[in-house]
Design a protein around this ligand. Structure first.
Ligand code: PGA
Length: 239
């Protein structure tokens, strides 16, 4: 696991620069992306770089990591809404190269299997993750097994609460998420963590026993993980 800590003012540019380099080196990058507050400034930076012609998403594939269930299509907290608003509406990714889990279909289990099959056929070159305040990855809440498939999940109270800060009209009780098994099968993982409020959970992810109580700990078993933090989130680890 590689740990990097940037000053908060430089963090988003740093992550965007790395991501640009990755896309320029491999324009067909198959990438899975998170939503939430953490990646938003990085997406903003990327949109600027695409606008200036420094990088293109045109030949890449984007998979959306997770989605809340039971929210109306226009709810601002829907992960698809957030990713479109923060990134996709501003970059040149063709619509047919965007893949998402649809929580509104009659057979959600089948939709999850189809999505995971699509992820696995070709695999993910890069998965970018945020870290939940409770240590979740995607919506793989505490209690999720290392081999968890893509599935419908009940949300932890903290996650429900968090959705309100994204503007949810009412807090969702369930969601769909790429499972820990396909997340950990990605060739490369970047974990984005910012802010002093994440310092404690990040420290636990880095030091607690590896297991379902804190899904983020499973990343320590992955051969290629970069923790891209700001100095506030990594403060507990710094001398
Ligand atoms: P946040 O969410 O970026 O809004 O803190 C992170 C997550 O739950 O994965």
């Amino acid at each position: 696991m590689d740990l990097e800590a940037l000053p908060p003012a430089r963090w988003a540019q740093h992550v965007a620069a790395l991501w640009c380099d990755r896309l320029v080196a491999q324009p067909t990058l198959r990438q899975c992306l998170p939503t939430g507050a953490t990646p938003t400034p990085v997406y903003d930076e990327m949109a600027g770089r695409v606008a200036h012609g420094a990088v293109s998403f045109a030949a890449s594939e984007v998979f959306l990591l997770d989605e809340f269930g039971g929210l109306p299509p226009d709810d601002p907290a829907r992960c698809e809404t957030m990713l479109r608003r923060d990134l996709l509406d501003h970059v040149d990714l063709p619509e047919d190269r965007f893949h998402r889990l649809d929580p509104d279909v009659a057979d959600v289990d089948r939709a999850c299997r189809t999505f995971e099959d699509r992820v696995r056929s070709g695999g993910l070159d890069l998965i970018i993750l945020g870290l939940g305040g409770n240590g979740h990855l995607g919506l793989n809440e505490p209690g999720s097994a290392r081999d968890a498939a893509t599935r419908r999940v009940d949300l932890a109270p903290q996650t429900r609460e968090r959705s309100r800060s994204y503007g949810a009209g009412r807090a969702p009780s369930w969601g769909v998420t790429l499972g820990l098994a396909p997340i950990l099968a990605a060739r490369e993982v970047w974990l984005l963590v910012t802010g002093a409020h994440k310092a404690e959970v990040l420290q636990r992810v880095l030091t607690a026993p590896i297991g379902p109580a804190l899904p983020g700990t499973f990343l320590r078993e992955h051969p290629s993980v970069r923790v891209l933090a700001d100095t506030e989130a990594l403060s507990a680890q710094l001398p």
